[in-house]
Design a protein around this ligand. Structure first.
Ligand code: NDP
Length: 276
């Protein structure tokens, strides 16, 4: 079976560079879809309290019966639960749904700058890590000023920042900042939810390498050092998105995809998103 490379996080914990995302997977389908992903070889699953499918992830993990230490499970604290005490309660709720006694990675889902509670929330994350309940703590959708504020006011540097990132939104400033501070970059909507798969640069490279457009984009993510978590409910695509380790893009082709950056988001802007 294919071995997915791992990256070392800033506290030494190893994260698989390729995982499986379950945003918009309906609750009733989640156990089956995650089971398919685990059978394909994925060992890292990315869910969130807000996806309302943590229980289905937990059901698939129990059914698969894999050793716990082969799995890497991520969930996220939803916006309405930000704050110190509410974070500790929300963590317990998520763990009950997942049926796990420890988590691999817990993320603050959004910074909510107008609400200004992410520093207190992060202190609760630090406690969960100190108590051994989660192996690594990180954030999602944080911009550079939000990260700097955590550096200034708290003790633990986030291990991960999970951000929207794909060829149309390459996030060069954040990626450089992450590299300078030892934060792993995890790409959400790595395929821009399918929107860029018909772009000529991508289809031409698909022909050149005899690979699908999605495989070209995912391989680009791996080669520029991102952790990547594509989502699919389609069995053939779940398999296709895992077959990334038998080819390599030439340096020129990585640069050609680099030229596709338009700075355009498919999702909300973290500086103004304050719902939930
Ligand atoms: P993706 O970029 O992973 O794209 C998923 C879409 O692309 C689906 O419509 C899927 O269709 C389609 N697709 C998947 N594989 C292929 C393929 N090989 N060929 C053609 N089409 C394909 O989008 P997501 O938004 O789901 O992002 C991935 C994960 O990132 C999420 O599941 C979630 O875990 C995380 N995320 C985190 C966010 C955050 O705020 N932290 C926000 C958004 C996502 P189908 O399923 O029908 O096969």
């Amino acid at each position: 079976m294919t071995t997915v490379p791992h990256l070392a996080l800033n506290n030494g914990v190893a994260i698989p560079q390729l995982g499986f995302g379950v945003f918009q997977v309906p609750a009733e389908d989640t156990a089956k879809v995650v089971r398919t992903a685990l059978e394909t070889g994925y060992r890292s699953i990315d869910t969130a309290a807000a996806y309302r499918n943590e229980a289905g992830v937990g059901e698939a993990l129990r059914a698969a019966g894999l050793p716990r230490d082969e799995l890497f499970i991520t969930t996220k604290l939803w916006n309405s639960d930000q704050g110190y005490d509410s974070t500790l309660r929300a963590f317990d709720t998520s763990m009950g749904k997942l049926g796990l006694d420890y988590l691999d990675l817990y993320l603050i889902h959004w910074p909510l700058p107008a609400r200004d509670t992410y520093v207190d929330t992060w202190r609760a994350f630090e406690k969960l890590q100190a108590d051994g309940r989660v192996r690594a703590i990180g954030v999602s959708n944080f911009q550079i000023p939000h990260l700097r504020r955590l550096f200034d006011e708290t003790d633990v540097v986030p291990a991960v920042n999970q951000i929207e990132l794909h060829p149309h939104l390459q996030q060069p400033e954040l990626r450089t900042f992450h590299a300078e501070h030892g934060i792993a970059t995890e790409a959400w909507s790595p395929l821009a939810q399918g929107a860029l798969l018909a772009e000529e640069t991508i289809t031409a490279l698909a022909s050149k390498y005899g690979k699908s457009p999605a495989q070209i984009v995912l391989r680009w993510h791996l080669q520029i050092g991102n952790v990547v978590i594509p989502k699919s409910v389609t069995t053939s695509r779940i398999a296709e998105n895992f077959e990334l380790f038998d080819f390599e893009l030439d340096a020129d082709d990585v640069l050609a995809i680099g030229e596709m950056d338009k700075g355009t988001r498919t999702g909300p802007d973290p500086d103004t998103f304050n719902v939930g």
